[in-house]
Design a protein around this ligand. Sequence first.
Ligand SMILES: Cc1cc2nc3c(=O)[nH]c(=O)nc-3n(C[C@H](O)[C@H](O)[C@H](O)COP(=O)(O)OP(=O)(O)OC[C@H]3O[C@@H](n4cnc5c(N)ncnc54)[C@H](O)[C@@H]3O)c2cc1C
Length: 597
Amino acid sequence: MRIVLVLANLPRLCLESAEKEPNKELGAVKLKFNDLRQFNDNLLIETDLCIVGSGPAGLSIAKEFVGTNVQVWIVESGGLEEEPDTQALYNIESIGVPRVMQQEIIRSRIFGGSSHVWTGRCAPFDPLDFQSRPWIPNSGWPIDREQLDPYLERAGINLGLGPHCYDQRLWELFKVSRPEPLLDENLLKPAFWQFSKSAKDPAEPTRFGHHFMPEHAPNINVLLHANVTHLNTNETGTCLESIEVSTLEHKRGSIKAKAIILCCGGIENARLLLASNRILPNGVGNPHDTVGRFLMDHPGCVIGGFDPQRSTKVRSRFGQYWLDNQQGRHVYLQGVALSPTIQAQEGLLNCAAFLEEYSAPDDPWTALRRLKTALKKQPPHSSPTVDQAMFWRQPTASATSGLPPSPYRDVLAVLSHPQIPLQGLYRRFVKHRPALPKAERIDLYCLVEQLPDPSSRITLSETKDALGMPISKINWQMSDREMQTVRRLSQVMGQEFKRLGLPQPILANWLNDKENWQSNFIDRAHPIGTTRISENPQQGVVNSNCQVHGVEGLFIAGSSVFPTTGHANPTLMIVAMSIRLADWLKINCFHQQGGAA
Ligand SMILES: Cc1cc2nc3c(=O)[nH]c(=O)nc-3n(C[C@H](O)[C@H](O)[C@H](O)COP(=O)(O)OP(=O)(O)OC[C@H]3O[C@@H](n4cnc5c(N)ncnc54)[C@H](O)[C@@H]3O)c2cc1C
């Protein structure tokens, strides 16, 4: 039986003609969940807007259309829970600088995408990141930071962030005095991040998915277990006509829409364009061989550390700060970044460093937290993937002696270090700062921008996945400029900390290694640049409105459109750019049918 869902029809009514009940409502969420596995073969959906992928990019766009007359279908490869067979579709072949992070942990193929495992650290790109910098070939965005600011503010609301403010105005908002002496801003500038806070559980970052969408969203439909396997264009590749979907059991369907947005993440967006090569051998949107090129990440490395016994001053200055407002408490972190002046003078990339603290196994605060959890009988994280990945969010809370948890040991930890909780209470209630746990290790962690390099790229592997699609062959490259930048940051930090009377960082020996430095960096699950924005179709994949150059009806959202990486984690920018695209579509594609809510 062939089911045709035409946008004028009530989709749910049509769905009821499917063999089994396909709709599933989750708690208070009134999204219409459908499962491709429960339809007959050759389902055809016709709608206004189709969003492929339900991570932060996809759901941010969908949310903007709630309450409009635009019928939206979100097409998602995964289901509502982790499934190993679906995760396996993310396998890659790595032939460049090793992708160290385990792929099955760092990308979640599930409703909500990788927000299930993200840490929630947020910061916008700096104004300089948007500029065309003569010392960085292929740099420059067609928009500037000021134009993006209103979207960054809206993105911050979606992510449960505090005010959209990342400069010295924060000191007043923190209600603490600005630390002195000041950094020499020709060398270093303070860098601030804040942490996303879920509306449901403030201890967690916003997890897109179940709780992100508004309760009443009658025009939004979700199709689960629907893997997009091919983008079908007309013969000349100038117009997207439909997309093909398949379950792992090879039940197929296709979707037609006025606008289709790929929101599959920084690797999959490129893979999907490249693998859609039945009509055009180079794939879709790829007449100039630009798709998949310029792959970047935020290479991360430990550049040194501090002696935990002599680090209170530096932990105090560069640790966490609180900002309390009507939405509750927001947590910010201060670190340092290379100043725009030194980047321009010395031809460097953007780069920031922050403290990463690891609590001692007998830290009284960790012990108290464990005791509180045990008393409340709170269940542990339900997902092993989240457990493995969450070490990035709370390194201080992950301290373990390797022994099973014991309430006796925890009580002993609290009683044997009474000064630590007392000092913590003083910091909390007098200084308005979080307590300092007993640290076992304090690392100085660094994230560096990458040089946009066309030879760092994703192509298609000979190996195929369970759906017959070639997996991604990833040739990730790093340049000497990244190392030069990190080395310079560490030197400048040493110099500045001495001048400020702060403890000196104990710098890592590998920083002097001219040959084998690459193995000290890891990829940070931030794939960027593979479908980059460019004004000129020969230099990128999407135009400044995120439409694929020369392909009517096809758009891309996510970090793959960023032409440069800055040093900041990407999700705040992803959400801001997605909201910007939604606004553009409302005016330019759906205005006639009342696209605006
Ligand atoms: C451990 C970890 C910690 C992180 N911490 C941070 C952090 O602190 N701050 C930060 O800014 N970022 C962080 N990130 C990165 C962050 O998770 C991503 O930037 C963000 O999830 C990207 O959103 P997205 O919507 O573009 O893609 P994703 O979240 O990857 O979502 C893509 C969606 O598309 C679906 N999909 C893929 N292919 C197909 C297909 N062919 N058909 C149908 N559906 C498909 C997937 O199932 C998925 O739901 C972290 C990532 C990890 C892994």
